[in-house]
Design a binder for this molecule. Sequence first.
Ligand SMILES: [Zn+2]
Length: 435
Amino acid sequence: MGSPPPPPNHSPHPPHAHRRRHPGFGLLLLLLTPLTLLTPGGCTSSVNSNTASADAPRIRVRLIPGADSITLACGVPPLYQLSNQSVSQPLNRPKNAIFTVTLTPQGWMAGNANLGGTLGTTLHLQPDHDGTVSINGTAYRGKFRFVPVGGTKFDVINELDIDSYLASVVPKEMLAGWHDEAYKAQAVVARTYALYEKQTAGLDRYWDVWPDTRSQVYGGIPAETNQSRQTVNETAGIVVAHADVSGQPKIFKAYFSSCCGGISQSATEAFGDPYIPPLSDQDVHSACRASPRFAWGPVVIDKAVLTQRFITFGQRRNRPEKNMGALDRIDIQDQNRWGRPTRFLISDNKGNKYSMTGEEFRWAVNTNATDSTLLYSSFVKIISDSSQIRFVEGHGWGHGVGMCQWCAEKRAEDGLRHEDIILAAFPTAVLVRAY
Ligand SMILES: [Zn+2]
């Protein structure tokens, strides 16, 4: 209660929270200028998701990892180029025919046509225009890279401008029918998240984001809506930033989740990230109570089932839980200043105790879980019975860090503009133009 934020990295880092690399901010910082034009009436931009600004950064989505083969369909022949060649040439296949692309010791195969190359050759594909190439049945904007990752397996990377990417992400992350201002808030936050990943984890690898909840959900062109294209365009270039001790605004990992359950948690307590005020915990006074996951439970799971889940969780991450005995009881070990649990203590019948952050605990409980025994969040109370654990008075869905989408929608319905929705979600943050 009322305790100050814990020191950075006080807990093991979770699997999908990428380590920060502060030196990676240089490029973006040069582009950031205080956004003084963000006045009622909106931020103006000529950027269109189909004809993106030349300044718009490009995002590399790791669409398919480690594929043995994919299917391709082309409305117009794209150009292809191998990494060991200096010229590109048309990929001539019958219009709209579906064919497989594979990597073999003899090179890349498109259907029965050998395109050349070897097991280590990257294949680049440049569509004639957006939407003319479908991969595994889905059309995407931008261009593609097929990167060998060992033997005949390859990654499919889709590279496109960030606003075209966001036009597909926002409707996948928000509900249809939600308010334009909530959509705009989501567009700004998702833009910031993607650029942060590009500026940090993306520096060391050939891709920036996953196309799913490991980063943000992306569905190519079919996922886009008129509302998402319009709201992304109207906020083009805008990101949320935090002024550090130097006074220079920097983007940060702008987390968001479905429903905070009324009390959010800090990124420090959830993921062990360094503490910054925009990612602190808040009591939002049940603003997101309309969410179907605002209140849930009980979820009842046999101790024997949970024991196996914890052991499997420990084995996958090489944590001490891999050797735990039969589960005896679970207690809340710590909570934040508003009363949301932040740390759990698991005791086995051999007297061993295992401490987990709330997010580690949620992942551990959800290891191989079925829908009926899923823990929607770590905002829950626990009753340890003789043979079962009863999770009661659950609140929220997701990690509850950063912007709560159901809170954002409520604030939009209350008449808040997207700028104020974002700043309510990220205390002390500022909005800046990144491109
Ligand atoms: Zn909320």
